[in-house]
Design a protein around this ligand. Sequence first.
Ligand code: THU
Length: 146
Amino acid sequence: MGNSQITLSSEIISKLIEEALFMRTRSYIPYSGFAVGAALLTESGRIYGGCNIENAAYPVTICAERTAMVKAVSEGEREFRAIAVAGGREEDPEVYSYPCGTCRQFMREFCDGDTFIVIVARSKEDYKIFTLEELLPNSFGPESLA
Ligand code: THU
């Protein structure tokens, strides 16, 4: 907390965390037992949920954050405000589960580093909040190829 650029209301933060915790129950995790849920907020106010979906060919697994992003983008969404992430072993959300490097880069394609907000939550009362730039500084994005 404490980042002056973060302007989401506590009601929205709470709603996103609630949805991420729910999406976590949808995880398909026969191999790791590590359940992750995500809730992605669009600029227009819609929320897209995602969970991690594992595969017997391990690297084929998709993370919760990318599931949510892919759902939203494939529905025509292009502008995003924030994502909440909640994860841990089975039903025990005792850790802060941060987006992996691949998911950070995936978000970067569509999200502005300085204004897109990432909420890493253990519960509705216990969370950390970052800009994407804080999690992926000096990043390579679409404008790098312009
Ligand atoms: N996982 C996510 O869903 N998001 C991340 O950002 C990190 C990792 C999942 C993938 C895999 O199913 C499990 O957590 C253990 O790596």
